[in-house]
Design a protein around this ligand. Structure first.
Ligand SMILES: Nc1nc2c(ncn2[C@@H]2O[C@H](COP(=O)(O)OP(=O)(O)OP(=O)(O)O)[C@@H](O)[C@H]2O)c(=O)[nH]1
Ligand SMILES: [Mg+2]
Length: 488
């Protein structure tokens, strides 16, 4: 009542309608002015945040660039007899291909500005017992002695000792019995220097970090195990890997191949795919382990097409996974760490495998994920660079390109300059992969180590071998490429 009386009093005191209209307009105008300033303040705050992030990116890039220059300088000083190279513009052109009379001729080594840190990180993801550790042992066994390509994986004394005893353990398993799903080594990151060796020279191409994590950690990440929360360090490793290798257990898969639906097996496959698809890394391989066990009723082996058909029919997640547009070049690689020659046979109803005495251990296809890694990383990075061309995200792009890609572009004479706000490539970016292939193909002969070796020629030679092996693998396994995007 009091309020009404007061309003009437004001109404009587100011009877003019124009007074009240003016009052309302003034209030509305003041309100909108306040709202305008609030919005302006919010926009300014966002802008400040954005600009400070740019500045931070810029500072990081500059400091990394300075750090790399310092590292390069230190490295050159350490090399006996190393001389300071003149800038690329003043260097003599590379020798023409002479038809490789004494192996591959030297490439543009030394003249290329190579990043000092050339790590390639491969992370193997799979549930306990799917065969990850035996695959690593097979890879080391394959590359530890060099072999026909002259490419050798070299590691420190302690790791070499452990891996060789793992190899010996496999070749001479006490009692001949491989326990099912038992972790052979603990979780750890193995670091290998990928070396190219000739009779009297050797040079380092890059470093391979092979992360072998216990399957238990994948179970935690996949939510298949809830007693422990996902391991943060492991999650970071998944995000930071250059290539993720998801391992589908061939022994489990075999249960689906006859056509019967096994919900538990499908659930584990779906969970693994889910971990892969959630990872920031989009360079993914699917490895089907224990391929020796994928045997049909008539004694022949299932084909890759059979496996893909079964997986697509049983698991809608698999169908969606292979169609996902955010994945890079997606491959499915059949691997048998225990070989396809009957070195290991099924131990019977209790599970596990038995070693057959008198049969040699010949790991099968274990080297394929290694050879695919570098070409796939390059393809993926080049696609990323092509997609970002002309956009303002160059600075963050430069950060996300693998060092090995920058190194390969540099040794291929595509003159990459890493700097602010990104880097420059002296050819249309969509042609980069083709140019790299042509460059290394022209200069290096397959399985013929260059007569004169240094870091640049070592990188070029390894890259050429990788392309050659991947071509051969794709010829043998035309169904292995799941994602149809991006040719070579
Ligand atoms: N038939 C066959 N069995 C294999 C092969 N690779 C591994 N196995 C079997 O799978 C078992 C487990 O292999 P591991 O390599 O230890 O498995 P893992 O994935 O490292 O296991 P965690 O470390 O526990 O995560 C071995 O003991 C073998 O019985 C293979 O190529 N063929
Ligand atoms: Mg293991």
């Amino acid at each position: 009542m009091g309020l009404l009386r007061r309003l009437l009093w004001w109404r009587n005191r100011y009877p003019s309608w124009s007074f009240w209209l003016g009052l309302v307009i003034t209030i509305l105008l003041s309100l909108s002015t306040v709202i305008f300033y609030v919005v302006l303040a919010a926009v300014c705050l966002d802008l400040v945040k954005l600009i400070s992030r740019w500045i931070l990116d810029l500072v990081k890039l500059i400091s990394r660039w300075i750090w790399e220059r310092l590292q390069d300088g230190a490295r050159r000083r350490r090399l006996p007899g190393a001389t300071v190279q003149p800038p690329p513009a003043y260097r003599a052109p590379p020798p023409a291909n002479q038809g490789h009379p004494d192996g591959s001729p030297p490439g543009r080594d030394g003249r290329a500005d190579l990043p000092a840190d050339r790590r390639v990180r491969i992370l193997v993801l799979g549930f306990p017992g799917c065969g990850k550790t035996l695959m690593l042992a097979g890879l080391y066994y394959y590359f530890a002695q060099g072999g026909p390509t002259g490419i050798r994986l070299s590691t420190d004394q302690e790791s070499n000792g452990r891996l060789l005893s793992l190899v010996a353990q496999i070749r001479t398993t006490p009692g001949g019995y491989f326990p099912p799903g038992t972790s052979v080594t603990e979780t750890r990151a193995w670091s290998f220097t990928v070396k190219v060796e000739s009779a009297d020279q050797d040079a380092d191409a890059f470093t391979l970090e092979y992360l072998d994590y216990a399957g238990r950690l994948v179970e935690e990440l996949a939510g298949a195990r809830t007693d422990d929360p996902p391991d943060e360090e492991f999650r970071r490793a998944v995000d930071n890997a250059d290539v993720l290798m998801g391992v589908i257990d061939g022994e489990q898969l075999m249960k689906l191949m006859s056509g019967s639906y096994e919900a538990e097996v499908v659930d584990r496959i779906d969970r693994l795919l889910n971990v892969l698809i959630r990872a920031r890394q989009r360079n993914i391989h699917l490895v089907v382990s224990k391929w020796d066990l994928l045997v049909r009723g008539d004694g022949g082996h299932y084909t890759m097409a059979d496996v893909r058909r079964t997986l697509a029919a049983m698991s809608p997640a698999f169908g969606n996974f292979q169609r996902n547009p955010r994945l890079g070049k997606l491959r499915m690689i059949p691997v048998a760490a225990l070989g396809m020659n009957g070195f290991a046979v099924s131990a019977g109803a209790g599970g596990g495998m038995m070693r057959k005495s008198g049969v040699e251990w010949c790991p099968w296809n274990v080297e394929v994920p290694f050879f695919c890694a570098v070409p796939d990383i390059i393809r993926y990075d080049v696609d990323k660079m092509a997609a970002a061309a002309g956009t303002p995200s160059q600075a963050s792009l430069a950060r996300s390109i693998a060092r090995i890609t920058l190194a390969v572009l540099a040794v291929s004479g595509l003159t990459v300059k890493v700097g602010v706000p990104g880097f420059t490539v002296n050819c249309p970016i969509i042609e980069a992969v083709q140019r790299i292939r042509q460059y290394v193909g022209d200069r290096y002969a397959r399985c013929s180590v260059p007569a004169s070796l240094d870091e640049g020629t070592a990188i070029g030679y390894v890259v050429n071998e990788c392309y050659g092996w991947v071509d051969e693998f794709e010829r043998r396994w035309p169904d292995s490429r799941l994602s149809m995007r991006g040719g070579w």
